[in-house]
Design a protein around this ligand. Structure first.
Ligand SMILES: *Cc1c(COP(=O)(O)O)cnc(C)c1O
Length: 418
């Protein structure tokens, strides 16, 4: 809905139902456990809780909707909690990392190094050395990386496994975050790739394929289908200049989840149908290639909640403020300060021990002394008191690790896997 359409209470867009978590009386259940008991188990608020059952279910849903030949990778930038990465490593086919720290967590988690790929602009020399020594695949993003890898491979006496990360000449339409098309710091412009492939051959690097990532947080299946189609076609054109057969074609991801009123879950069916066609084409056109989809938030985002406790309830000139013990310091995205242009509410609720009978319009704010610390702006919520728990849904991705925990010196949150 555009901003100039009149809003009436009856037609106002609403949040998608957060039906993934069960409820008993008024209380949310996470992994079958009532939230108030989980808070005791966690030992403190605020905390993030991630539900293993929901993570498993999500992977199973994807396996059903997408062709069996598609490899599923977890982009651990979305949630680098070591216990969660370890759990995901047992469910998916590979892990995508974007720093030496993430690489360490993925290796510790027991992920197969052959199925770890390492992307990111500005890889330091030490990181490239670490990647070669670990025998993971490096998605090279510049000529400099190719030259450094040549030296590192000969110094270590190990092959440098590389794929070329391509900055395509198109973008992922309707994406929350655009990461390709036009001038970008990510990857190598498609028109420069043949020259880089030539250098890879002369440097004796082990070429394995291409990585294309067009964008993130997309809820339009048609846009994702189009980007995957174009990525495949571009990879086919570039493969002509490759020094070795393509073994690995990462078509990106960008699958979004509904955060805001009016947004709906992504329809996987057209994406699966399109990937069926691409798998069939790959059999003849790129016969050595595995096709990979890399997903972050779609895998983990809906399986996690952020939980914070109400420490004060205030009324200011008629407006109710519920003041909690955590806010943007733990959950920057829910405060609207992680890439949002116009602030909109994430799905938020109050979890009470007894079924709530009344609702009211209230704002939820954190304890930070800044107006940016807002978790819910004038939402209809069950009437809440001091001690009740506030739940922010869709919080399994880009939560704790993407938030400025040191800002204002409040206690850090904790994270639990249930
Ligand atoms: C951030 C990122 C991802 C994950 O994006 P999601 O929106 O969490 O799925 C995947 N691949 C690359 C290269 C990224 O930079």
């Amino acid at each position: 809905m555009s901003v100039d359409e009149p809003l009436s209470a009856s037609c106002a867009p609403v949040h998608a139902p957060m039906a993934q978590f069960g409820r008993r009386d008024g209380e949310l259940l996470v992994g079958g456990e009532p939230l108030s008991r989980l808070a005791v188990r966690a030992g403190q608020t605020p905390f993030y809780a991630y539900d293993r059952g929901l993570l498993r279910e999500r992977v199973a849903t994807l396996r059903t909707a997408l062709p069996a030949a598609i490899k599923l990778h977890f982009a651990m930038k979305a949630n680098p909690l070591p216990a969660l990465v370890g759990f995901m490593a047992g469910l998916v086919d590979g892990i995508d990392v974007a720093s030496s720290g993430e690489l360490r967590v993925a290796l510790d988690a027991g992920a197969d190094p052959h199925e770890i790929s390492f992307a990111g602009p500005g890889k330091r020399e030490a990181e490239l050395r670490q990647a070669v020594a670990s025998r993971v695949l490096v998605n090279v993003e510049s000529m400099r990386e190719v030259r450094l890898l040549e030296g590192i491979a000969s110094e270590l006496g190990l092959p440098a496994r590389v794929a070329v990360r391509v900055n395509p000449d198109f973008e992922l339409k309707g994406s929350g975050v655009k990461m390709s098309g036009g001038p970008k710091p990510f990857g190598i412009d498609a028109e420069q790739v043949p020259g880089v492939l030539d250098q890879i051959e002369r440097s004796g690097l082990a070429f394995e394929g291409f990585h294309l990532f067009a964008g993130s947080q997309n809820l339009r299946a048609d846009a994702i289908v189009e980007a995957q189609q174009k990525s495949f076609d571009l990879a086919l054109r570039l493969a002509v200049s490759a020094p070795a057969p393509v073994r690995f074609l990462n078509l990106g991801g960008g699958f979004g989840i509904p955060y805001f009123p009016g947004e709906q879950a992504l329809d996987l069916a057209p994406i699966g149908a399109n990937l069926d066609r691409l798998v069939a084409r790959a059999k003849t056109e790129l016969p050595h290639a595995s096709l990979v989809i890399e997903l972050g938030r779609y895998l983990v985002g809906e399986a996690g909640i952020y939980v914070t406790r109400i420490v004060d309830r205030k009324v200011s000139r008629g407006q109710v403020f519920l003041v909690t013990d955590g806010g943007l310091n733990h959950h920057l995205a829910a405060s609207g300060n992680f890439g949002q242009v116009f602030r909109k509410n994430h799905p938020v609720t109050i979890s009470k021990r007894a079924a709530a009978t009344q609702t009211e319009i209230a704002s939820v704010v954190g304890p930070l002394c800044t107006p940016l610390d807002l978790l819910a702006d004038r939402m209809a919520l069950p009437v809440a008191e001091v001690g009740d728990l506030v739940v922010v849904f869709q919080s399994g991705a880009y939560g704790a690790s993407a938030s400025p925990q040191a800002f204002l010196g409040h206690p850090h949150c904790i994270e639990i896997l249930v």
